[in-house]
Every structure is written in structure tokens, then in C-alpha cells.
Ligand binder design. Structure first.
Ligand code: ADP
Length: 260
């Protein structure tokens, strides 16, 4: 990201609320941040701090009661194919369609000719390493494979921005590490813009170029993670340890005082 770049996504002073019977739940309070083209941007915070609500609003599924969000020059008011979602749930795929069919579905319903859609779908199936499973049905795949299909489906839409809501949270830790690695590798090839929600400090430290730490619907701190030392050994590097410590501290966990 260069300082001169224009933000792709701008969230300005946004408040998001749910009306309840006798009160209003404020899930996000006067939050502002920018996401730049080709950035890996992570929203980190404990359960209930408003991350999913914020992602829903960026997706156009919920309107702010105050503030505004823009994608490029356009005010976000409705969902659109310029924003694609990947969720945590393994059942986000259509069970009656194959891997190829699932990835084709939004392309064809969006009006892309079948031949072009099939070519594009196969490219993204190969990016997530599932060439041999193109004709398999979701119920025959592992959780990690299903999440790969969901990523391929979202990326194949070639959206302006990919919105990922705890996509690997239901996976075992090693599968999650592998998918984090693969997501970063695909991002390096594609240069897509990603907003990634997680409550995992280590996942945020591993994936983020910039992380917004949230607590109770408010911005706690924005942390930029040094990308210069990235290589295959990043998980055991000093930069990773420092990033994890800074994120933990922003969440209110102080390692030194805990050890004392
Ligand atoms: P996170 O994604 O960080 O776990 P959420 O965005 O899901 O947090 O929730 C933020 C707050 O909004 C929480 O207090 C939650 O209980 C509340 N909330 C979420 N969805 C609803 C809803 N549909 N109706 C009322 N309150 C909700």
C-alpha cells in the first residue's frame, strides 16, 4: 500500500444498531477506517464486538444508522457482485451441485456465457488445489476442502473486495494453518483486496498487513504488521511474535503482568 493510494473501501463514522423489543443494541459505534487496493486487512476482536455486523454492513445487508461507507466512489446501500463473501459455515455450498457447479452458479446467474464461466471456474479450482475434485459433491469433501471451494467461488466472481467472516474458525488448527498459507499465496498471485474477520490473535498476526483491533463495537487500535521479513518461517519469526504481542496487548492482554 502506498500513502498516495486512494482507499478502495472507506468506513466513515459508522454506527450500526439492531432494534430489539424494549431497547436498541449498538453493535458498532462511530467506527472509521480505510482499506486500500490489494490490502489484506483484518478485523480482530472478541466474540460479540461487532465484527460480523460490520462485515454485513460492508456487504450491503445492513444500513448504518449514522455515518457512511463507500466502495470506490459508490455509496454502499445494497449488496452487489463487487463484494463476495466467504463464511465460517461448511454448509454455505449448494449440496446438490458439484464443486464446479457451485463455482459456476454465481457466474452463470450473473449472465456470464457458460464456456467463459467454465474456463474461469476451472482456473480458480486449480488455484485452491482441487482439480481432482471438480466433479465431487460437497458432502464428500472435508471441511477444509469445502472452505477452499467457497474461496474459489468468491474469488471467481473477481469482486472488488473479498469479505471473509472467520472462514477457518471451525477447522482444526493444522488445516487452518494450511488454509492461511494458501490464502496468503493466492493473494500474492492475485493481489485481491481482502477484509478478513477473526478472533484469533495468531491468525491476525499471520495474515494481516494491517489489523483493526475492536472492543465492544469501538476501534481499540490499528496495527500495521511489518511485511519485510515474510518468508516460509514467518510463524517462528521475531516479527510474528512481536505482531502477536502487540495485538494481544491491544486486546487488553499484557503478557508481562500475567506472568508476574
Ligand atoms: P462478532 O462478529 O464480533 O462476534 P456480532 O457483530 O455478531 O459480533 O455482534 C455484535 C453485537 O450485536 C453483539 O452484542 C450481538 O449480541 C449483537 N447482535 C448481533 N446480531 C444481532 C441481531 N440479529 N439482533 C440483535 N442483536 C444482535
Amino acid at each position: 500500500m502506498s500513502d498516495a493510494a486512494q482507499p478502495l473501501l472507506s468506513v466513515k463514522d459508522v454506527t450500526l444498531q439492531y432494534p430489539a423489543e424494549d431497547r436498541v443494541v449498538t453493535a458498532v459505534h462511530r467506527l472509521s477506517f480505510d482499506v486500500y487496493p490489494s490490502e489484506r486487512f483484518v478485523l480482530l476482536g472478541p466474540s460479540g464486538c461487532g465484527k460480523s455486523t460490520l462485515l454485513k454492513a460492508i456487504g450491503g445487508f445492513m444500513a448504518p444508522v449514522a455515518g457512511e461507507m463507500t466502495l470506490g466512489e459508490t455509496l454502499i446501500t445494497t449488496p452487489g457482485p463487487d463484494r463476495a463473501f466467504v463464511f465460517q459455515e461448511f454448509d454455505q455450498l449448494l449440496p446438490w451441485k458439484t464443486v464446479l457447479g457451485n463455482i459456476l452458479f454465481p457466474l452463470v446467474t450473473g449472465g456470464m456465457p457458460a464456456t467463459e464461466a467454465t474456463e474461469r471456474a476451472r482456473v480458480y479450482i486449480s488455484k485452491v488445489g482441487l482439480e481432482k475434485f471438480a466433479d465431487s459433491y460437497p458432502h464428500t469433501l472435508s471441511g477444509g476442502m469445502k472452505q477452499r471451494v467457497a474461496i474459489a467461488r468468491a474469488m471467481a466472481m473477481e469482486p472488488e473486495i473479498l469479505l471473509m467472516d472467520e472462514p477457518f474458525a471451525a477447522l482444526d488448527e493444522l488445516t487452518r494453518f494450511r488454509l492461511d498459507d494458501d490464502l496468503r499465496a493466492i493473494w500474492q498471485q492475485q493481489g485481491c483486496t481482502i477484509v478478513f474477520v477473526t478472533h484469533s490473535v495468531t491468525e491476525a498476526a499471520y495474515l494481516a498487513e494491517r489489523a483493526l483491533v475492536m472492543q465492544a463495537g469501538r476501534l481499540q487500535q490499528e496495527i500495521t504488521i511489518d511485511q519485510s521479513a515474510r518468508d516460509d518461517g514467518f510463524r517462528s519469526s521475531r516479527v510474528f511474535a512481536q505482531a502477536s504481542a502487540a495485538l494481544s496487548q491491544a486486546l487488553g492482554f499484557n503478557h508481562e503482568s500475567k506472568q508476574a
